[in-house]
Design a protein around this ligand. Structure first.
Ligand code: IMP
Length: 180
């Protein structure tokens, strides 16, 4: 049913699974003995982070923040608002922020600065998708699933007006869905 609204699949379910296994292995090696705190940015992080942490064979802690930047449309509003804070002390902790996509980079850079200000020992980003053509701040996520062109995508956590997050792959919507 949802598939009807999708023009093309950009990252298939199989590719996503391979990405999660690959990144899980790398993070397992890099964060061995560091007891990282993996912070997911709601709600887009949910499927990716949920799977990724099961591929990390180390002790860790998870936490969530709810941060809004897009307000339901297809263009970034630019301002970042913390709807729900972490509620975990981050002093001295090694943090991995898990994201669905890095586009302008504004959301992540605001959160990285905040966590460093609160005393984190390190903050890195793991993102399923990187859209470097959209970048307006100098930000290079250390762990990237795959790089995509400057297109608006949905699925596997990513939404259009809060819909399509439950697609098992990442795809591009048919233009008639958002051009009204
Ligand atoms: P940034 O601050 O511009 O990097 O945007 C980060 C957030 O914007 C992501 O966590 C998504 O929620 C949203 N976003 C950016 N690009 C897309 C897209 O192509 N589809 C859906 N949401 C997007």
């Amino acid at each position: 049913m949802l598939e009807r609204d999708i023009e093309k699949v950009l990252v298939s379910a199989e590719e996503i699974k391979e990405i999660e296994i690959r990144l899980g292995k790398v993070l397992t090696a890099d964060y061995k003995d560091k007891f990282p705190l993996v912070i997911g940015l709601l709600k887009g992080c949910v499927p990716f982070m949920g799977e990724l942490i099961t591929k990390m064979d180390i002790q860790m802690q998870v936490g969530f923040m709810d941060v809004s930047s897009y307000h339901g449309g297809i263009a970034s509003s630019g301002d970042v608002k913390i709807e729900k804070d972490l509620g975990i002390a981050v002093g001295g902790r090694h943090i991995i922020i898990a994201e669905d996509i890095v586009d302008t980079g504004k959301t992540i850079s605001v959160i990285m600065d905040l966590l460093m200000y609160r005393g984190a020992a390190s903050v890195e980003v793991v993102t399923l998708l990187d859209k470097p053509a959209g970048r307006v701040v100098d930000l290079h996520p250390k762990y990237i699933g795959t790089t995509i062109p400057k297109e608006f995508v949905v699925g596997y956590g990513l939404d259009y007006e809060e819909k399509y997050r439950n697609l098992p792959y990442v795809g591009v919507l048919k233009p008639e869905i958002y051009i009204k």
